[in-house]
Design a binder for this molecule. Structure first.
Ligand code: OKP
Ligand code: ZN
Length: 343
């Protein structure tokens, strides 16, 4: 299996985030990708390659140009305002607020494009986030060319980033760019299966009105878990996308037997729409030891997850999303891939 990595992920290195009302070191930090890199290397799953440059065209097809413009140039503007510290928005534009009129001051812009205050923008955010997209597109190129699976160690994660917003540690939606790239390479329909503990609200929003991308997500019930305001079972898509969105929320404390039923329902739906390629938003924060989450999957369950995904029998781009139990993160990632490969 081809594995892709970019050393530029280290440039997303925020200092602190708000957790339970106080500032704590960022859970989403550079250690994560390096732990996963060394675990998959020592498990002998495949050779790790540096992400290549495939252009960023698919990114422009899933995000609003004004948002990309903002994110690319934000740090210059922030610096010109005399600030050399991490940028955390103090406000977020509410759904009922006026949209379409972007404020002209830096603080107004920052809140306009944010849906949460948990994701510091730093000097290297654009560099790291675009590197993660390059990882995603390299992963798709391998999966599409070889008709197999490939794994991208994408960091920062992407599934909470929407058409024009960041939050939940996500800035650019790696999985959405990957799905778009499969389409641009000739697939008629692509499925995204998001197995992160948290609902992939950004991915859902990007494809909500489209029928060419099926979005399926297994996640914690949003009544009890971030991102709280998306992810219920009655969000089924809209307009031409009606029926192309499947949310499978599960209760806190969920263990493998219940999880695996949801995985079966996901597999059925993916088979029924005749998807020609699969993107896996591979969050590993469903692990019982995860410090942010509340499911109780064991390390061996990730082997079963990989087996279940292999049974879908599609060219597959696995992309890392969340997972914060640093001690087990590498083993859990390797277990998914081992299960997939039948080892
Ligand atoms: C990102 B991914 C903790 C509060 C929650 C957001 C969680 C983002 C999860 N400070 N912060 O889906 O793993
Ligand atoms: Zn998560």
């Amino acid at each position: 299996m081809d594995l892709f990595y970019s050393a530029d992920h280290v440039f997303q290195n925020g200092g602190a985030e708000l957790n339970k009302g106080s500032l704590v070191p960022c859970f989403e930090n550079p250690t994560r990708a390096d732990i996963v890199l060394s675990a998959v290397q020592s498990a002998g799953i495949g050779t790790v390659q540096s992400a290549g440059d495939h252009g960023l065209e698919p990114l422009h097809r899933v995000h609003d140009p004004r948002y990309l413009e903002f994110l690319e140039h934000f740090w210059d503007e922030w610096s010109r305002a005399g600030r050399d510290w991490d940028a955390l928005p103090a406000v977020c534009r509410p759904a009922a607020g006026r949209s379409g009129l972007i404020p002209t001051t830096i603080d107004g812009k920052l809140g306009y494009f944010a849906f949460g205050v948990d994701s510091p923008i730093v000097a290297g955010t654009w560099r790291a986030a675009t590197a993660a997209v390059k990882v995603a597109l390299s992963t798709v190129a391998s999966a599409a060319d070889r008709g197999e699976a490939a794994f991208g160690i994408a960091r920062p994660p992407g599934h909470h980033a929407g058409p024009d917003y960041f939050g939940g540690y996500c800035f650019l939606n790696n999985a959405a760019a990957a799905a778009q790239d499969f389409l641009d390479r000739g697939c008629r329909r692509v499925a995204i299966l998001d197995v992160d503990y948290h609902h992939g609200n950004g991915t859902q929003d990007i494809f909500y009105r489209r029928s060419d991308v099926l979005f399926v997500s297994i996640h914690a019930d949003p009544r009890t878990a971030f991102p709280y305001y998306w992810g219920h079972g009655d969000e089924t898509g809209a307009g031409p996308g009606e029926g192309a969105n499947l949310n499978l929320p599960l209760p806190r404390g969920t263990q493998w037997p219940v999880y695996s039923e949801a995985l079966g329902r996901a597999a059925d739906r993916i088979a029924r729409v005749h998807a020609e390629a699969l993107v896996i938003s591979l969050g590993l924060d469903t692990y019982e030891g995860d410090p942010l989450s509340g499911f109780r999957l064991q390390s061996e369950d990730f082997v079963r997850l990989g087996q279940g995904i292999a049974a879908m029998a599609l060219p597959t781009a696995f992309l890392l999303e969340g997972g914060y139990a640093i001690d087990a993160l590498g083993a859990n990632a390797a277990n998914v891939l081992r299960g997939y490969l039948g080892r």
